[in-house]
Design a protein around this ligand. Structure first.
Ligand SMILES: Nc1ncnc2c1ncn2[C@@H]1O[C@H](COP(=O)(O)OP(=O)(O)OP(=O)(O)O)[C@@H](O)[C@H]1O
Length: 201
């Protein structure tokens, strides 16, 4: 499996935000997207996820399969928002996502243990600190399997120990043949990455 972008362009509000982006990621590859505010990093991730239309060129999974019939079906998208209901408990939120997304992977207790939150599954999500909320959102990546992880500022709000823990989870995903495309201003601590700099002439 390979994630290929060919001369890809994206727009916002009718204006081209980026163009001419090409990359090819094989199983096990991680590409870190960097660049100044407004360079188009989030837009790129949303185009790859299928949440915004392609404005030029293309991006695709090669080859597709019965299991992953198109790129969107193969992606986990972690945006700036955590995608959790504040009134539901942490366990209820993750159980919802596990049922909704399908392709069950880790159980909810296993995923919570992986992000160091096994003691607070019973708490409403709204009670959690900023970093704890982000860690629950990261646990969502683990309860259902997707080969491609699209991560937008995934470590925002995480303390050092949690950053390290998440770097280990990302490395494990790549070692298992997964693909990561991550936009960030912060070093992610990954063992091996390629870099794509946006917003430079
Ligand atoms: N809905 C919208 N309508 C019009 N322009 C938009 C819209 N959303 C974003 N933009 C513009 O698109 C450009 C790219 O934004 P984007 O969020 O992709 O940048 P980014 O590189 O992720 O920035 P940051 O580092 O601040 O997160 C910015 O100039 C932004 O103002």
């Amino acid at each position: 499996m390979r994630l290929v972008a060919d001369n890809l362009a994206g727009e916002r509000g009718g204006e081209t935000v980026f163009s001419g982006i090409s990359f090819s990621l094989d199983e096990g590859d991680a590409l870190v997207v960097t660049g100044p505010n407004g360079a188009g990093k989030s837009t790129l991730l949303r185009v790859v996820a299928g949440l915004l239309p392609v404005a030029g060129g293309g991006v695709a999974l090669e080859p597709t399969s019965e299991e992953w019939p198109d790129l969107a079906s193969a992606c986990h998208y972690l945006g700036h928002q955590n995608g959790m209901k504040t009134a539901l408990t942490v366990t209820e939120n993750l159980s919802f996502w596990r049922d909704y997304l399908g392709a069950p992977h880790l159980t909810v207790p296993e995923a919570l243990e992986m992000v160091g939150l096994d003691a607070i599954g019973h708490l409403p999500f709204g009670y959690l600190s900023t970093g704890q909320r982000r860690r629950v959102a990261i646990a969502r990546l683990l309860v259902s399997y997707r080969p491609v992880w699209l991560l937008d500022e995934p470590t925002a709000g995480l303390d050092r120990a949690s950053e390290r823990q998440f770097a280990d989870l990302m490395d494990a995903h790549c070692e298992d043949g997964g693909i990561i495309l991550a936009a960030t201003h912060l070093p992610l601590g990954l063992e091996q990455t390629q870099e794509l700099r946006m917003g430079e002439a």
